[in-house]
Design a protein around this ligand. Sequence first.
Ligand SMILES: *Cc1c(COP(=O)(O)O)cnc(C)c1O
Length: 487
Amino acid sequence: MSDPTIFEMSSPGRIGARFPEPDVPLAELPQEFLRENLPMPELSEIDVIRHFTNLSRKNYAIDVGFYPLGSCTMKYNPRVNEEMARLPGFAHTHPLQPIETVQGNLAMMYELQEWLKEISGFKAVTLQPAAGAQGEFTGVMIIRAYHRSRGDLQRTKIIIPDSAHGTNPATSAMSGFEVVPVPTDADGNVDMAALRAVCDEHVAGLMLTNPNTLGLFDCNVKEVVDLIHNCGGLVYGDGANLNALLGIVRPGDLGFDVMHYNLHKTFSTPHGGGGPGSGPVGVTEALAEFLPGPIAGIVEEGDEEMAPLYGWVMPAKSIGRVKSFFGQFGMMVRAYTYISMYGPDGMRSIAEHAVLNANYLLARLRDTYKVAYDRVCMHEFVLEGHFADAPEIHALDIAKRLIDYNIHPPTNYFPLIVKEALMIEPTETESKQVLDQFAEVMVKIAEEARTSPELLKSAPHNTPVGRLDEVKAARDLVLCCWVPDKA
Ligand SMILES: *Cc1c(COP(=O)(O)O)cnc(C)c1O
């Protein structure tokens, strides 16, 4: 059922573009740059439009249906964000323009930094990192620079709970640290006894996600933070789950020293196939001088007559740049638009509705599916996708069957500490009707698991491709449909 590529569709002589008559003198092309063998597809405009429109219709997207992909916060991306990001003054500036000509862009970046500081309770923010994972890397490098600047060279370990996202141990290891895992206790919090046992003078820091990836607010957060600080370490907050806290709890007030934000989760900028991410990092006063730079700042205060002059500021002991130019500017415009549309009270209502929606779904599903760590959840929760009386059914089968009902599967097999995990995050943008439909489908699938398990085993039934070899797909990337002849 695979579609022809645009190269296979090519028909000699077809053309989709017409060039105007040249209005400059014709010149010879430099021959050394011209290739003999450069096959280009020859197609009409409608061929191309149909080809790409058909391809796009094979994709699932938040604009198509419910997307409860846990930990990813797949909320609706408001169209006004897109409109703002396309304003010529934002879209058509060049990062090398003189700063006098980009004052509006710098003012927007500066104000976004101020808002992110206020939302999270941190003292300084960089907008540079391009994703959550890069924000983590930045944060861990800042922790490293902090200890080194004090001559404290013995700190070689980062503690990470076993519920953490894989990017946490990955970024710690990339930064040269030894990763020390700590288990989760029976209630879904960090196991305090185990944490105490690994806290010593070699600890550089701890990475904590709160609410954690079980969707639970860690009730021991204060003790965890104090324990790490008392042994001289710093606390990194994985801010991917900030959606649950907006306007209610500020990680800076909880004692976190450094945290990344995912603008593409919490602040509604598109992600997945939809565009680049953005992972700003916030820090306490003590860490501000280590932030990557340059950072948008006020270089000359304004007064009644004159607007302030914005420019680039390099923190004194900066770890350096982590991204070319200044980060994903278009994502910043979208997040700025989103935050300004909601305002402070709106921020709080986002978190309240996200948590309410998750608890509503949990209440509707807890009698049908086993719940890992069953207590009031935050913005997401984790079910177990297996049944004692349908032993051949696994979480993957349930996930694939959901696709038949035009619903994106939840995150599955993560967090690793839950057997057959199905991690469900509805987000605040879904209505009660959508949540009810999802709950009904989940209950129906649980029935099918008993009555006609083959329906689940052979799902999905209506997609262009069925079950993929995900390991092969990741290891054996094919990114190009045309392989040049070896001339
Ligand atoms: C998404 C996520 C990350 C990584 O963020 P990216 O922007 O995908 O790199 C880290 N931790 C948690 C808990 C996440 O959900």
